[in-house]
Design a protein around this ligand. Structure first.
Ligand code: FAD
Length: 567
């Protein structure tokens, strides 16, 4: 039974002594807030005022063994195979064994998965050897987030605040003690006994992506600046089929359509993936590269998806969002081919954690797409990620908190800040927005589907120079040097510029770390493909690690047969 703590009503986030601050209200942050002991006072922060998140946009579904002919061993095998030698087997074992239990948990919370003759319906996605992806039409993420949000709203011990952006993690003597936030016009600190990073991925670092704007690697930058270990940032999954229509924003065309029989065709009507084992359902990195090569060769900006051979009635019923979106854009998917192209989709790397979601900093936890738990290795098996959010949130039930400390001494005097403090005051926010777009285009060109030493080296130097220049900016300096009992209040223009400056500097850090990891790994594996090193090399069967102030290095994969089975 939840404690009636009563602070929900007076909304006093700065005078409450919080046990846990959870950053991000996607599947990972929401489920964490539900799984943490109900005696803890939890502050759930979301920089968005809207409901938008990658979790909400997820279409295909959630992977778990629910059918008799499938087993956890086979789910583990598929996950490890997709991970191209870099999955940590303990993480895989813990994940596949807990996933079916989490399905039961979700059903109890009110999730209504699609059913066939009363039983849970399952579909097939790339590199799964069995139908094990549970779904709610093509709106699985929305259904999940709606259920979790409803449950969070009912919890007396959780305060969910939208429109508050975390700008720094507070770390002293390698212990996490809270966060700095930008709350409307105010910049100030909040103390807590633990902090959970659940800020999502970084697809929006690239010009072509299926991800929403706020999925721009912010959590990686926050974690890195706090001194946490970061792993495997070179591994990015590019989804082969994002809608590619002139002027229309990118929109995911779920792989589940290919699972139901849709096929890819090039400009001449032939299959661009015929040579791949698994053909249309080969792993995403293989399909993306195959499409990319054909597009380059045929000098076109898309490949097509042909729905002719699938059952018309079933498909309309099963994929209403995709059909609706196509029709809104003037495309009739049952009569015309759907133009698609690869786009950045999922970041396998992130803030390194153990099986309890603990990072290298005491009291700092990470889960969901921002984390690198060792489950996905060099490439994620489709639909394992929403379930990973839930499985690792469930691991937080016996969270260890840091010592108590009163937050009351944080309340100091307020200092007013005018917009003319910023170097960018004259150039205006448009300049900063253009810089962000330039960076996204650079990342797509040099660190996208196809990478090479030359392009990435130039990109690295360019971003490093821009980042070092940006660090001279007085508004940013004020953020990074704010003492714990100061409160700054920004005027409207300074606040808008500061949000963009934080956005740009976090994107620069995340892009630099990714480029450094891509340059370091001189081979191709999973979601990392280099033109100049096109093969996998046994020497590189290891994780890459980045820590502030240290040179990039490696860690061995933990594959000491934690999983005993006969494949
Ligand atoms: C189009 C699309 C389809 C997908 N389909 C599937 C699928 O079918 N199956 C599957 O398993 N996976 C799918 N994925 C991947 C999956 O959705 C994500 O990996 C997962 O939802 C990540 O959840 P999360 O909670 O970690 O992050 P998110 O859902 O991205 O949530 C992150 C939250 O953090 C907040 N935030 C970020 N920075 C800050 C900050 N500084 N301060 C405060 N708040 C902050 C954001 O506002 C947001 O609320 C899909 C992804 C996309 C984009």
């Amino acid at each position: 039974m939840d404690l009636k703590i009563g602070y929900k009503k007076n909304n006093s986030i700065y005078s409450t002594n919080w046990d846990v601050v959870v950053i991000g209200a996607g599947a990972a942050g929401l489920m964490t807030s539900l799984e943490l002991p109900s005696k803890l006072k939890i502050l759930l922060l979301n920089r968005n005022t809207s409901k938008r998140s990658s979790s909400r946009w997820a279409q295909g579904g959630m992977a778990a063994v629910t059918r008799l002919e499938d087993t956890e061993d086979i789910h583990a095998f598929d996950t490890i195979k997709a991970g191209a030698g870099l999955c940590d087997h303990q993480a895989v074992k813990m994940f596949v064994e807990n996933a079916p239990r989490l399905v039961e948990r979700l059903l109890k919370l009110g999730m209504e998965f699609d059913r066939t003759s009363g039983k849970l319906s399952t579909t097939l996605e790339a590199a799964h050897s069995h139908r094990r992806v549970l779904h709610v039409k093509d709106r699985t993420g929305k259904a999940l987030v709606d259920v979790l949000n409803d449950q969070v709203d009912q919890r007396e011990n959780v305060l969910h605040q939208r429109g508050i952006r975390v700008t720094q993690i507070w770390v002293e003597k390698e212990k996490c003690l809270g966060v700095q936030v930008l709350d409307g016009p105010l910049l100030r600190w909040i103390h807590s006994k633990a902090v959970v990073l659940a800020t999502g991925g970084g697809g929006h670092l690239f010009a072509n992506t299926t991800n929403p704007t706020q999925a721009a690697g912010e959590g990686i930058a926050l974690g890195w600046r706090a001194g946490a270990v970061i792993e495997d940032l070179e591994f990015f999954q590019f989804h082969p089929t994002a809608l590619q229509l002139d002027g229309a924003p990118s929109f995911l065309i779920s792989e589940a359509l290919r699972g139901e029989g849709a096929v890819l065709v090039d400009a001449f009507g032939t299959s661009p993936v015929d040579h791949l084992e698994g053909k249309d359902l080969a792993s995403r990195d293989q399909v993306s590269r195959a499409l990319f090569k054909v597009m380059q060769k045929q000098q076109v900006d898309h490949i097509s998806l042909d729905l002719k051979s699938i059952d018309v009635e079933d498909v309309e019923e099963r994929f209403p969002s995709i059909f609706q979106r196509c029709r809104e854009l003037g495309l009739e998917p049952l009569k015309e081919l759907i133009p698609v192209a690869p786009a950045a989709h999922y970041w396998m790397g992130g803030v390194s954690t153990n099986l309890k979601a603990e990072t290298s900093i005491k009291g700092l936890f990470a889960l969901g797409e921002v984390a690198c738990t060792g489950l996905h290795g060099a490439n994620r098996l489709a639909s394992n990620s929403l379930m990973e959010c839930l499985v690792f949130a469930n691991q937080m039930r016996d969270i260890k908190l840091n010592d108590s400390r009163s937050g009351n001494d944080l309340i100091g005097s307020t200092i007013d800040i005018q917009s003319n403090l910023s170097f960018f005051h004259e150039k205006g926010s448009k300049f900063l927005e253009e810089e962000i777009e330039k960076l996204r285009n650079l990342c797509w060109r040099q660190a996208g589907v196809d990478r090479s030493q030359k392009g990435m080296s130039v990109a690295f130097s360019t971003v490093k120079r821009d980042y070092e220049n940006l660090l001279k900016e007085p508004l940013l300096n004020l953020v990074f040097n704010q003492s714990k009992n100061e409160i700054h209040r920004f005027d409207e223009i300074a606040r808008r510029d500061l949000n963009l400056l934080i956005d740009l500097s976090n994107r620069q850090i995340a892009s630099l770390l990714m480029l450094e990891a891509c340059l370091f790994r001189q081979e191709s594996r999973g979601g990392h493909f280099r033109d100049d090193f096109p093969c996998s090399v046994p020497f590189w069967k290891c994780h890459t690690r980045q820590v502030k102030g240290k040179t990039i290095h490696t860690r061995p994969v933990s594959d000491i047969s934690a999983y005993s089975r006969n494949f």
